[in-house]
Write a protein that binds this ligand. Structure first.
Ligand code: G3I
Ligand code: 9MR
Length: 570
């Protein structure tokens, strides 16, 4: 044993000496990872493009080292110029030829080193599981037990029984029981539109890869029931969505208090919860996601699927006779608005899902008579992106469409994906985003969803690579140097605007959340002092920053889709 220790010490000494011998004395390798180097902090699949960025320091070459200090790759950096959005001079390095699995780090000009990263299969396996499990941690009306939640166990709150209906909702009901579902975000509200959009995006992943998260894959209460744990988690939300329908078929907009609560745990929340608003967008989103779920659920639970499709068709009927009821917060309510006064996309998504679920001609006719622009609308994804949910479901089931219509959709999609690739190529960070608004991380992840779908319908690798580059940004190759998924990476988000994370007394935030990301509009600037004037750096890891550091269902959902897609295609 003593001999082995001696040998080990000797090997370490030699390795350290060899390492320092290659450095000029004045340029000793700094032991701390440099935040000038921006790289996916998880790493890369063996087959991936492998790019990173060095910002704001003039250097020429880089080396990739393994953990035994062996140089395994050497390359030059190319100057990409100044990026207006971050104010930085950006240099880019590329080592796609390195494919050997292992743990590595970068050394730049023999003086700066990066965080370690891996080249490995199953790169996003754990991150994907955590990103799905974060929905479990958002469950309302039930306790998170230690068996499933570990240190993040907590008591139940928000039973949401007999909630009064706010007068603005225009209902004959006086109250409604609407327990369950997920909290929307860092707040404890539950909003039908955003819930439907997010659930719909993850249902697409399940349709494509039913076993992406197998039974027992998440360790949640339903694990072991023989059904994929992702199904089980989505079902928790779908059951809540189902409860939000009024007697006349219309669907309520949200369930929140009049105000946001303080940073308290669910069991200490004491504001009155109300059912607020009833409108066209919520009703159509409800109709769409329940039709989608009923189609996919048929084999698993016929009875549930029947209930879902019946509710969905009733909602569609209501919406057709109430085609433009926009939601705005009543004057005594300040919780999230998710305002939406543009309904064409919502109608289109509902018609698409209803056609695929029922095969009824009238829905196809609606689609053909009301074609939607094939364009990617950044920001406010709950408002416009639902159109893409429709496109994605239709493309996935193109064999059920008339040939000409299917062809048009495919061309439209590839054209859009190509334009995203062009933007990626001309951006120094390799992303297709120049404007950073509230939830910018989801804007960019939604572009990756489009690229994955383009890969799915064309088989062309270039789209998959584009999606990977976008994920590199999320996991650390960005102007803030943070890894934007809580609990992952070397430069971690520690203080998300998330009420349980901020009040549970545990240092580390609940893992698996994508935070909103840089937001040039800085709507929280009265509480938060931003250290950089640049849009791509308008991010602060402080709890007060709801405009840059909150978590949200519709920001996680595209991350789940993209990681699930990559895990199945790399
Ligand atoms: O798009 C416009 C842009 O053209 C304009 O220049 C800019 C100037 O202010 O505003 C841009 O719109 C902003 C929009 O986000 C962009 O997505 C709005 O100002 C901004 O108010 C809006 O913020 C929304 C926020 O709620 C406040 O309503 C976020 O998108 C939305 O994601 C967020 O959602 C909240 C829920 O309400 C409550 N739960 C948490 C959730 C996440 O923060
Ligand atoms: O905490 C709230 C967050 O969950 C919401 O997404 C956000 C949306 O407007 O609002 C936050 O609440 C802030 C409020 O809007 C303004 N005053 C400060 C509140 C946070 O401390």
């Amino acid at each position: 044993m003593r001999y082995m220790i001696k040998q080990l010490v000797l090997m370490l000494l030699v390795a350290t000496l060899m390492n320092s011998c290659t450095l000029e004395p004045s340029k000793q390798l700094n032991d701390v990872a440099s935040d000038h180097i921006r790289i996916n902090q998880l790493g890369f699949y063996p087959k991936s493009a492998k790019q990173f960025v060095v910002a704001d320091t003039l250097v020429a070459g880089f080396e990739v080292m393994d953990m035994k200090f062996n140089k395994v790759y050497e390359g030059k950096l190319s100057d990409k110029g100044i990026w207006k959005a971050s104010g930085e001079r950006v240099l880019m390095g590329d080592f796609h030829a390195l494919k050997t699995p292992g743990t590595y780090y970068l050394v730049i000009d023999k003086k700066l080193k990066s965080h370690p990263f891996q080249i490995t299969d199953g790169l996003y396996k754990e991150a994907l599981q955590a990103a799905v499990k974060s929905y479990y941690f958002q469950r309302a009306s039930m306790a998170i037990e230690e068996t499933y939640g570990g240190i993040y166990k907590r008591a139940a709150g928000h039973y949401d029984m007999a909630c009064s209906i706010h007068p603005g909702a225009n209902s004959d009901l006086r109250s409604l029981d609407a327990p369950g579902g997920w909290y929307d975000a860092g707040d404890y509200g539950k909003y039908v539109g955003n819930a439907s959009l997010s659930t719909g995006q993850m249902l697409l992943l399940l349709e494509q890869y039913p076993n992406v998260i197998p039974d027992k894959g998440l360790n949640i209460p339903e694990s072991g029931n023989g059904i994929s744990d992702l199904w089980d988690e989505l079902r928790y939300e779908l059951d809540w969505i189902l409860r939000m329908q009024d007697k006349d078929g219309g669907v309520f907009h949200k369930l929140t208090a009049r105000n946001f609560s303080g940073f308290v745990m669910p069991e200490n929340y004491n504001l009155e919860r109300l059912i607020i608003g009833k409108g066209t967008a919520a009703t159509l989103n409800f109709s769409a996601v329940l039709a989608q779920a009923s189609r996919l659920y048929k084999e698993i639970n016929q009875e549930w699927a029947k209930k879902a499709i019946t509710a969905s068709e009733r909602a569609w009927k209501w919406a057709r006779t109430h085609e433009s009821i926009a939601f705005n917060n009543p004057s005594d309510v300040v919780t999230g608005e998710y305002g939406d006064d543009y309904f064409q996309d919502d109608l289109y998504w509902a018609a698409a899902e209803l056609f695929l679920a029922t095969g009824k001609e009238k829905y196809l006719e609606y689609l053909q008579e009301n074609g939607q622009l094939y364009q990617h609308q950044l920001t406010n994804s709950w408002k416009f992106f639902v159109r893409n949910n429709a496109f994605h479901s239709l493309l996935e089931n193109a064999d059920q469409l008339p040939d000409e219509y299917a062809h048009q959709l495919k061309q439209g999609h590839l054209h859009l994906a190509d334009s995203i690739l062009v933007a990626i190529t001309s951006n120094p960070y390799g992303i297709a985003l120049e404007r950073f608004e509230w939830g910018s991380n989801s804007d960019i992840l939604n572009q990756a969803v489009i690229l994955c779908m383009a890969h799915r319908i064309s088989g062309d690798e270039k789209y998959l690579e584009g999606a990977e580059k976008i994920n590199d940004y999320i996991f650390g190759k960005n102007a803030t140097a943070y890894c934007f998924l809580t609990g992952f990476g070397s430069e971690r988000v520690m203080f998300p605007h998330h009420r349980p994370s901020g009040s549970d007394g545990i240092d580390d935030p609940v893992p698996g959340f994508i935070i909103g990301g840089p937001n040039h509009d800085r709507q929280d600037k009265n509480q938060v002092s931003y250290s950089s004037p640049y849009p791509a750096k308008a991010y602060e890891d402080v709890e007060e920053s709801y405009a840059s550091n909150e978590v949200c269902l519709n920001w996680n959902a595209p991350a789940v889709y993209v990681m699930g897609y990559l895990e199945n295609n790399r």
